[in-house]
Ligand binder design. Structure first.
Ligand code: FES
Length: 569
């Protein structure tokens, strides 16, 4: 148990010098009296709320609930806004371009201010990994308050899942099967409350990851954003962080190899987003824990998918919560986990009852007996590529077809619906120039649209390959994250129309069917493109971001290691 004089903030507030006088007088300026904060843990409430992030629309209120809890437990809460560009909904080309920026912002907020502990409010896609990367690097006590999923969507008696059903009905609309009125009604009904996408997209996957790592209170990640339990969880997190500070329980105590191994397992059992592969590799790197693509592939061979949630299953996150949420799912796989770990909740990894076997399946009736996710390698992806074959038509799990190549997203948009496009259902669509540096930021272009003329023939899935990511709410036979990316001369850069490409999920292969010497000759002819952004943050990103198999972190941030504390008193 720390003494008040041992608090980090004491270096700002505690001395008799003129700088400490200044810090105290400026706190008086905020209307805070000495008795309200002196000798108490200062808790940063890092809030990723913004008016262009509807997934976080409720986080202003939740920050107030957190602060209530901090005050109740004898701490001093200070709200710090962060990450206004961490939401996926409006950010172009993708919020992934800014994940590392939010991670840096989080780390530097915690470093530069008189902070003893932090409550991290986020949920939309990149925000949770970013907040955790920053907290892991700074290593002050921290707890995540996940934003929580939004309510189910509704339309004409149907339940709608964000992302997944939008893509499905978009295909119907492009095929001429959905009129203007129906489309407008869908727009009204698919996103009905604050909160993150309520399918098992990246947000639901990564908030579950935060919980299984031990960085949220038990059950926190499954609570719908607008449920009153969410406010109670936020206040409880505020109370708990004060205890964590006094007992000096830091992320480095929690984010162990066992914790990351359990996170990989749970991503598979959830049928989680392919984006988790990138984020977990990056997060584990910040903790000094080696996690590789092979860890996911191995887990996928032994862990069943038990969460029957779209896009791989039938239900939505609200159903998952009522069925028992993540604690319920964990109770189905205790033999695959390390439950006796340190967590912010204090009592090991919490499990709970399952109330609906249709949503959280028993082990003898899984959604899929294996994990439904594979890491492919071959001459087209020497450092790996990922496919979530669980969400693809089985006929495409083993397929050879001629390549049809698109150079960037603009080329794709311009030509994909051309009636003269030389394409059949057996064609392999290739999109390149959309990786970490080419995108930049690996935009979610990986679920290439089915060409209009094939949609009208009833085709709803075909093989697609890119160095992009895809939304966790997406589906289809999409080979993603091809590494190295084409922008830096990866083999994808030299594929030509008509080249045979083989995808073999059972054998984990991705091959370009041309002779080796032809591949070498084509690469010798290749010239690298100019950086996409000549100045600013984009230029920093281009200079330092790693490839998808390494987590897309910045090279100067990826390793663990403490930086000297700033002089404060
Ligand atoms: Fe924010 Fe899906 S867009 S969670």
């Amino acid at each position: 148990m720390l003494l008040p004089e041992e608090l980090r903030s004491h270096r700002w507030y505690g001395s008799d010098g003129v700088r400490a006088f200044s810090h105290r007088s400026r706190t008086r300026q905020l209307g805070i009296g000495a008795a309200e904060h002196q000798g108490k843990p200062v808790i940063a409430v890092i809030n990723t709320w913004s008016e262009l992030n509807p997934c976080h629309a409720h986080l202003r209120d939740r920050a107030e609930a957190v602060k209530r809890g901090v005050w109740q437990a004898g701490g001093y809460p200070v709200e710090l806004p962060a990450g206004a560009i961490a939401g996926e909904t409006f950010t172009k080309p993708t919020a992934m371009l800014y994940r590392n920026l939010l991670a840096m912002e989080t780390e530097e907020l915690l470093r530069s201010y008189p902070v003893d502990g932090a409550v991290l409010l986020g949920g939309c896609d990149k925000s949770v990994p970013a907040l955790l990367m920053g907290a892991a690097s700074m290593d002050v006590p921290a707890i995540v308050v996940p934003a929580g999923p939004m309510l189910r969507g509704h339309w004409r008696g149907e339940t709608l899942g964000s992302g997944s059903d939008m893509w499905r009905y978009w295909d119907d609309r492009r095929a001429g099967q959905l009129g203007d009125d129906a489309w407008a009604e869908l727009e009204e009904g698919i996103a009905r409350s604050a909160g993150t996408c309520m399918t098992m997209g990246t947000a639901s996957t990564m908030t579950a990851v935060a919980e299984v790592l031990g960085m949220t209170l038990p059950g926190a990640s499954s609570i719908p954003a607008v449920d009153s339990a969410h406010s109670r969880m936020a206040a409880a997190s505020g109370r708990r962080i004060v205890e964590l500070v006094w007992h000096d329980v830091r992320p480095s105590h929690i984010l162990t190899p066992a914790a990351y191994a359990d996170a990989v397992t749970v991503v598979i059992a959830l049928g989680g987003s392919t984006n988790a592969l990138i984020h977990l590799v990056a997060m584990a790197g910040r903790s000094g824990v080696p996690v590789s693509l092979e860890d996911f592939d191995l887990a996928s061979r032994r862990v069943p998918v038990l969460a029957d949630i779209r896009p791989s299953g039938r239900h939505l996150m609200e159903d998952f919560y009522y069925a028992g949420g993540l604690p319920g799912l964990l109770s189905r796989i205790p033999d695959l986990l390390h439950p006796k770990r340190i967590t912010v909740g204090g009592g090991g990894l919490a499990t709970g009852l399952v109330h609906d076997d249709a949503v959280i399946r028993p082990r003898d009736n899984p959604v899929s007996a294996d994990g439904g996710l594979a890491v492919l390698r071959g001459n087209l992806a020497p450092r790996g590529a990922v496919i979530k074959h669980l969400a693809a038509e089985p006929r495409l799990h083993r397929h050879t077809g001629p390549a049809l190549v698109f150079d960037g997203y603009a080329d794709l948009r311009r030509r994909i619906d051309d009636p003269d496009l030389p394409v059949t259902a057996d064609t392999v669509l290739v999109l390149r120039g959309v990786g970490p540096r080419g995108g930049p930021g690996m935009p979610e272009y990986g679920m290439l649209p089915i060409p209009d003329k094939l949609l009208k023939q009833g085709v709803r899935d075909m093989l697609r390959i890119s160095d992009a990511r895809m939304s966790g709410t997406s589906y289809g036979a999409c080979v993603l994250h091809v590494a190295p990316e084409s922008h830096i001369g990866g083999p994808l850069a030299v594929v030509r129309d008509g080249d045979p490409i083989t995808v073999d999920v059972p054998d984990r292969r991705l091959e370009l069917g041309i002779p080796d010497d032809e591949l070498v000759a084509r690469r010798a002819e290749w010239t690298p493109p100019a950086p996409v952004y000549p100045r600013g943050y984009g230029r920093l990103f281009d200079a330092h971001v790693s490839q998808a198999d390494e987590g897309c972190d910045f090279d100067f941030l990826a390793a663990p290691g403490r930086i000297p504390e700033p002089e404060a008193g």
